[in-house]
Write a protein that binds this ligand. Sequence first.
Ligand code: UDP
Ligand code: MN
Length: 291
Amino acid sequence: GVCVSWGRHVTLRFDFYSSVMADQAFVTLATNDNYAKGAMVLARSLRNHHTTRKLVVLTGPQVSDPCQSVLKKLFDEVRVVDVLDSKDTAHLAMMKRPDLGVTFTKLHCWTLTHYSKCVFMDADTLVVSNIDDLFEREELSAAPDPGWPDCFNTGVFVFQPSMATYEKLMQYSAEHGSFDGGDQGVLNGFFSSWATTDISKHLPFVYNLSSIALYTYLPAFKQYGGNAKVVHFLGQMKPWSLTFDPKAQKVRGGSQDAGASHSSFLLDWWTLYSREVLPLLQEHYGDQPFH
Ligand code: UDP
Ligand code: MN
């Protein structure tokens, strides 16, 4: 019979939705302590904007113990990926393409098959608004790259973990390499139909808003930048390579124009870092020096 009481109906629906959420995750990558700081800020920003999904970080053996401990506090799952040590196709691919070390670690995200769908985010991204709606998108959804808009930027992308896809990606990168030396070249080669086939796989630019947009198209930034959902500190200058003056509430270092137009997002990053991450690091580092 279909005679289900309202109360039971509500319970069933609740179970359904909570189990769907538990098998979806945001995934990032940090192979060293600097990127680990970025990952910590990213995790806090996702939580502060009330994500209902799991948080996963892939790390390498170079990440220090104190940083690993803080990552464990902030993420639901910390997975140490040692491509050199692995006995799988990643290791074989690595032998052929030693230049693609970090790339192979990033591609490892496809092995997270205990999740049905994931959103990968670079460790140099910051969430400024809830982005759980990204899980309505299919693989491979991403935003255009500001430098070459027929390519997608791999700082934020929706993917579906699958061992079959992982094996194909490993094989592809070992055979073809990467036209830009990183994961973006590999993934654009592999998912080459992105530019032309399905517009729903084009994420709006506000899901991966890079600082470059400020210099290349300032009027558009003024018009649409207020709807920013994810800020991406793409390029050489990362927030953690600058310094923060808490008294003046100013970020210092880097080039002048970077400081000027970009400073409100940089300030957001540093505020989150100093309020919510630094205290955890201080706990775990004890007397050891750090910054
Ligand atoms: N990454 C890392 N260790 C590295 C370099 C990169 O863990 O030594 C990861 C990190 O998640 C980073 C991503 O790979 O955000 C892509 O690199 P990056 O953000 O520096 O490239 P960009 O976005 O500036 O092109
Ligand atoms: Mn990046």
